[in-house]
Design a protein around this ligand. Structure first.
Ligand SMILES: Nc1ncnc2c1ncn2[C@@H]1O[C@H](COP(=O)(O)OP(=O)(O)OP(=O)(O)O)[C@@H](O)[C@H]1O
Ligand SMILES: [Mg+2]
Length: 293
């Protein structure tokens, strides 16, 4: 039995009737375009819609989510993997019933992980699938191997773009790199674009049209338009206070926009792709891709 088969068996064995979490990966070409703010506030708005949401901070270097929430987690994914902690110990409670897991060096160490550790991790993460309805993965900045691997292994990706020309060209560069990646299967990953920091909905749509034109012309990757978040000074104000804007300023334009996005996502069931099953499925995918090389 090869390793991929072993992983599939683990996932199958764990009571197939139980629902697995929906995994949403938030990414961008250029850094600093609003991924962590979107991850955190989307989590809050989905929690308000009755979902159990956990954020996985896959930005191991900068620990964005914990800085944004002003909470220092005691443990990270590395403690689960290497120091005998249980899954419940590494989930930190955030505002409005959201939970988050700090990637710590755990995500980084995935690069050098052994096969038995992978099986262990996949089993542990299967428990996470039962604790959450939605898992939001906040990826790091830039087109790094780790970001590309997360996106390739995900079935639902939110691509954040701002009107800045470099944000658009970098988003295209990310899609182009994915497109070239032998193991990226366009039909298995739905890419939904969010236009952030726009002045109007028209500007947001135009941004999508502009990017999509070149994507359709040169790539096999498919992209959809999810929606817009306006440029809003409350975002920076909230970041300074280390509290999510959805909590501090629930009526701010950014909060209303993200609530709208959460609504669209919640009413729009998990994408019709069958390669990834929950977070355990995503991680087994991730590792399978890694070991193929
Ligand atoms: N809608 C918005 N309106 C105004 N400012 C915004 C908006 N979204 C993001 N910003 C600003 O951009 C900054 C960066 O946002 P954020 O940290 O969420 O980006 P990121 O993509 O996660 O960055 P990194 O790539 O470094 O992880 C915020 O601190 C805030 O000042
Ligand atoms: Mg970030």
């Amino acid at each position: 039995m090869d390793q991929a088969e072993q992983l599939r068996n683990i996932i199958k064995k764990q009571s197939p009737q139980r629902k697995l979490a929906r995994v949403i990966t938030v990414t961008s070409g250029k850094g600093g375009v609003g991924k962590s703010n979107i991850s955190v506030n989307l989590a809050i708005q989905m929690s308000r819609l009755g979902k159990r949401v956990i954020i996985l901070d896959a930005d191991f270097g900068l620990a964005n989510v914990e800085v944004m929430l002003g909470i220092r987690p005691r443990y990270s994914l590395a403690d689960l993997m290497f120091r005998g902690k249980e899954l419940k110990d590494i989930i930190t409670k955030g505002p409005e019933n959201i939970g988050f897991i700090s990637g710590g060096s755990g995500i980084h160490e995935l690069t050098n992980i052994s096969k038995s550790q992978i099986l262990f991790l996949t089993q542990k993460l299967y428990e996470l699938d039962q604790l959450a309805d939605v898992i939001i993965i906040d990826t790091g900045a830039g087109i790094t191997d780790s970001v590309l691997e997360f996106v390739t292994a995900s079935s639902e990706v939110l691509l954040v773009v701002t009107p800045e020309p470099t944000s658009i060209t970098d988003a295209y560069a990310l899609l182009k790199t994915l497109n070239r990646k032998g193991d990226f299967v366009p039909d298995s990953t739905v890419i939904k674009m969010i236009s952030n920091r726009v002045e109007s909905y028209e500007e947001a749509k135009q941004l999508f049209t502009k990017l999509n034109l070149v994507v359709e012309k040169f790539l096999t990757v498919k992209m959809q338009f999810l929606g817009a978040i306006p440029q809003d000074a409350n975002v920076t104000k909230a970041v300074m206070q280390q509290k999510p804007y959805s909590t501090l300023y629930p009526n701010a334009p950014s909060s209303k926009a993200i609530f709208e996005l959460a609504n669209i996502l919640c009413n729009n069931a998990t994408p019709k792709v069958n390669t990834v099953n929950g977070i355990a499925g995503l991680f087994s995918n991730l590792i399978r891709l890694k070991f193929k090389k």
